[in-house]
Write a protein that binds this ligand. Structure first.
Ligand code: SAM
Length: 329
């Protein structure tokens, strides 16, 4: 699949549920209204759409959400999709999780061919953790990380940089992650969805974080790529990898290789634009995939050049009304 700007689309992110067992302050309001179950694609339908994308050349699939591991029976989807790893059509099947359910699922994930996972941890301070996630329990996440390690999964920690909340802890997060053999990626808050608060208060440009880290550490640019939007450096003092995802201070649209599917079968061709394509109707209209394939091709032909997120005092409303939990991080 090649879009109008010559970019090869080889990466599909799938939000398998909009529900989550956390309520991170920058992601969701505490009282979220979730989708009625009837609107969701079944696990069999998700498998069918993902498989159609694999047949069209997608090499990397990431399950996300909401919290992917709270979707009932999610392991049957993982197991089903692993057939594309065995056939060699898919290079990577991975997931982004808050870690709360990893104790239960890490070994099974590894058994189904998952090699790497992203776990979101913005702070290791249990009190702050509760304040950021509202409902989360850091002890459970720590146990989940141990289970993932024991299962042999490579782990990348994702941390959203939040002004006045975890900015004083980033150095420590870096030492911890690298000390445990995990990569760390820092993310700028993106203006997605109404969150009952002002994002300008939370937004911390990563250019500032990087400059601060450079006072203490030697950061060497490296060409390492995971297929995602992060730019990586090697931290000489720890030997570990540090990534920066900077949709605001420096967007990464020119190398975008991704599209995102929601749990209702809506395909977003860009995280930062409203334009979308409905894949559920063509999926359900026919048992064969010809309508679905045509809808995917048409959607890719509309992939936009990029997005333009802005957060400042004049633009403190969400750029888009949908939350990150809809399209997945
Ligand atoms: N529940 C899973 C998790 O916690 O990783 C997967 C979904 S979550 C939406 C994926 C990632 O998006 C998390 O790392 C989260 O911190 C990040 N995220 C959510 N809302 C965001 C926002 N407005 N700006 C930047 N990152 C955000």
């Amino acid at each position: 699949m090649i879009d109008p700007f010559g970019r090869h689309v080889t990466y599909l992110r799938v939000s398998v549920t909009d529900r989550c067992d956390f309520r991170c302050v920058y992601c969701m309001a505490e009282n979220m209204t979730f989708l009625p179950k009837k609107d969701l694609l079944s696990l069999e339908e998700l498998d069918r759409v993902c498989s159609a994308f694999v047949a069209k050349g997608v090499k990397k699939l990431r399950l996300t959400g909401g919290e992917p591991l709270v979707r009932r029976n999610i392991m049957s989807l993982v197991e089903g999709l692993s057939r594309h790893l065995h056939s060699g059509d898919l290079e990577e099947l991975t997931l982004t999780t808050n870690g709360s359910q990893l104790s239960r699922y890490a070994a099974e994930l590894a058994g189904h061919g998952v090699k790497r996972i992203n776990v979101s941890v913005d702070t290791r301070d249990p009190v702050k953790f509760k304040a950021i996630t509202r409902w989360g329990d850091f002890a459970k996440v720590e146990a989940g990380l141990q289970a993932a390690k024991a299962a042999g999964l490579a782990i990348k920690i994702n941390a959203v940089a939040l002004r006045g909340i975890n900015e004083d802890e980033i150095e420590e997060l870096l030492r911890w992650a690298h000390g445990e053999g995990m990569d760390l990626t820092l993310i700028e808050t993106m203006p997605l969805g109404d969150i009952e608060g002002d994002r300008t208060d939370q937004y911390l440009p990563l250019s500032v974080v990087r400059a601060r880290l450079q006072e203490r550490f030697t950061l060497q640019d490296i060409p390492y790529k995971t297929g995602g939007p992060a730019r990586y450096v090697r931290v000489a003092e720890t030997g570990g990898r540090l990534g920066f995802i900077t949709p605001l201070t420096h967007n990464f649209c020119e190398s975008c290789n991704r599209v995102r599917l929601t749990c209702t079968g809506t395909l977003y061709m860009c995280l930062g634009q409203e334009d979308a394509a409905d894949l559920r109707a063509p999926l359900r209209a026919s048992e064969s995939n010809h309508l679905l394939d045509a809808a995917i091709d048409e959607a890719i032909s509309r992939k936009p050049k990029g997005h333009d997120f802005i957060i400042d005092r004049r633009h403190n409303k969400p750029a888009l009304s949908r939350h990150m939990s809809v399209t997945g991080g």
